[in-house]
Structure formats: C-alpha cells, structure tokens
Write a new protein. Structure first.
Length: 169
C-alpha cells in the first residue's frame, strides 16, 4: 500500500475520545449521515414540485437535521466520555492538548467535530505516537475512506480560509 502525505493545519476543534483496552477492539462509531442538501435541492428541483413547496420541504429538512444532530451529539458524549481539543489536524494524524495525561502507545478511538451545524463528525482509531505534558499526537490506524475524506476536505477549506484572512490583514 502506498504511503500518502497529507497537509496538516493548526486549528481548534472539539472532539471526544475513549481509551481502548486492545488496539483491535471494535469501533463504537460507525458514522451517520444526515441529508445531503445539495442532492436534495437538485432532486426536488427536477421533480417539477412548485417552488414554494421546495422551499418549505428544504426548510423542514434543515430543522429535522438540527434536531437529529442534537440527539446524536448527546449519544456520542455518552459513548466517548473524554472531551478533547484538537490543535493540529491532517488526514493521517492529529495533535490534541494533553489534558488527559495520555502516554505514548496508548490506543484510543476518537471523534472530531468538524462542524456543529449541520453536525459533521469524523471518527478514527489510533495510537499515541508522541506525548508530553502539553500535547499528544495520535496516528490514525483505522479510519474509513469517507471519514478521512471529510478530514482532508476540512483541512483544505480551513487552509484556504486562513490564507484569505492573512491576505486581508
């Protein structure tokens, strides 16, 4: 398998973590999908539905997504009891503030909240490769292609936002 290089970016995101007793312990997070609003708009537009009805349905869909996001967020907090603060992110690893006293070699499963509304979460299992009293770096050992793509996309978008902000100052 080829080794890919991923861009990394300093940022601030919240997440959740649970320690694993064994590196092969099954994941608790299997992902979840809320609606894809771009696909919904296209489908409704092509259905010859009156414009007022399309607008109503899309607004209702957004409200339902908000409710589901809130309900799912509560469940994730129960399954992943430890809050984390992500300070650096890439498609291969991340660095968090080491408020939990993690040590090198610790195996864990984590969630990264890429956005709160609509809720976008990426999950991965990994191990701590570097730790000190300030931060811990976690290499992803098991991550779905979809979750890795969400992270890579988020890094790309955040990098562009930071570059635009720097140009304005």
């Amino acid at each position: 398998m080829e080794k890919r290089e991923f861009a990394s970016i300093s940022l601030y995101l919240k997440g959740r973590l649970r320690l694993l007793t064994d590196k092969d312990e099954p994941s608790r997070f299997s992902g979840f999908g809320l609606s894809d609003s771009a696909a919904d708009v296209e489908e409704l537009t092509n259905s010859h539905t009156p414009e007022a009805m399309v607008s109503f349905l899309l607004n209702m869909n957004a409200k339902l997504d908000a409710i589901l996001s809130h309900l799912k967020h509560d469940q994730l907090e129960m399954d992943f009891p430890n809050p984390i603060e992500v300070i650096k992110l890439s498609g291969a690893d991340l660095t968090i503030k080491n408020t939990l006293g993690l040590t090198e070699g610790a195996n864990l499963e984590l969630l990264i909240f890429l956005s709160d509304f609509p809720l976008s979460v990426a999950g991965a299992c990994g191990h701590v490769t570097k730790a000190d009293s300030e931060s811990a770096t976690i290499k992803f050992d098991r991550i779905s292609a979809e979750d890795r793509e969400k992270i890579v996309h988020h890094v790309f978008v955040e990098e562009r936002r930071q570059i635009r902000t720097q140009r304005l100052t």
